[in-house]
Design a protein around this ligand. Sequence first.
Ligand SMILES: Nc1ncnc2c1ncn2[C@@H]1O[C@H](COP(=O)(O)OP(=O)(O)OP(=O)(O)O)[C@@H](O)[C@H]1O
Ligand SMILES: [Mg+2]
Length: 279
Amino acid sequence: MIIIRDLKKQYPDTDRPVFDGFNLQVENGEFILLTGKSGSGKTTLIRMLLKEIEPDAGELIVGQYRLSEIPAGRIPFYRREIGVVFQDFRLFEDKTVYGNLELVMAMTGGRRRDAEKRITSILAMLGIDRLHKRYPRELSGGEQQKVCMARALINQPTLLLADEPTGNLDPASSAEIMRLMELVHRQGISVIMATHDLPTANSLIHSARRVDLDQTAPPSAAEGTGAAGRAVEGSAAGSADAPGTELSTMGNAAGSGIAGTAGTASAEGSGSTERPVSS
Ligand SMILES: Nc1ncnc2c1ncn2[C@@H]1O[C@H](COP(=O)(O)OP(=O)(O)OP(=O)(O)O)[C@@H](O)[C@H]1O
Ligand SMILES: [Mg+2]
């Protein structure tokens, strides 16, 4: 479960806050479509959930983690629990598809002997096993984004964050990525996806809940909607009927590997988070 309480964030040297008392609760296994006009704070929210940037005030709880209390040294372990997909792919150009995934597994402490099996099965699930020897430059944008989804899922996250994953894709590829998001969601993984392509998302992703940041924006940013501080409550209606509950156990310490597994990993370079969004 994710709980966001009274979140406030204003970037230095700007004249208004991005968030000024934002509330949101996301149940395990929910699919959230994060919408809002450019500048409404979608990327900012995703970066705060990754603990790449800090809020000015308020509380962010992801599973059993109160983000403000995670010591700096544990942040990479926290991030390892979360898969991330960006608009601009961020694959290693000098590595094949397989090599990209292998590297992430190695960097995040995955056992080597598990790697081949895991990579093969993820690529098959996403329908790109035939591409495993290709380099990113030999792939279409849609194919690259599928590889990014594989990378995000390789460490079996309970939560997938996607920041406009179809933003650079043509309509057909966008539809395919959305379908795969739905597939992932059906395995019980919670998904928060920022998108400008609501029609495609609505047509392909079932039981998603829309969270529109324009409706919850501070008054100045929302041009008078007066919705400052309004809670976006986690109505369970429309929440996933996700069957794979064993994958959606954030909040259940028994299912979480943060504290327990990753002793061999380098502190930096979780595949999901090594490139901060710079917007
Ligand atoms: N590092 C930063 N420094 C100052 N202002 C920033 C920074 N990052 C974002 N902002 C501002 O914060 C606001 C929210 O930006 P954010 O990138 O979260 O919006 P967004 O909803 O993701 O927009 P888009 O749909 O264009 O991706 C914008 O007004 C942006 O200019
Ligand atoms: Mg953005």
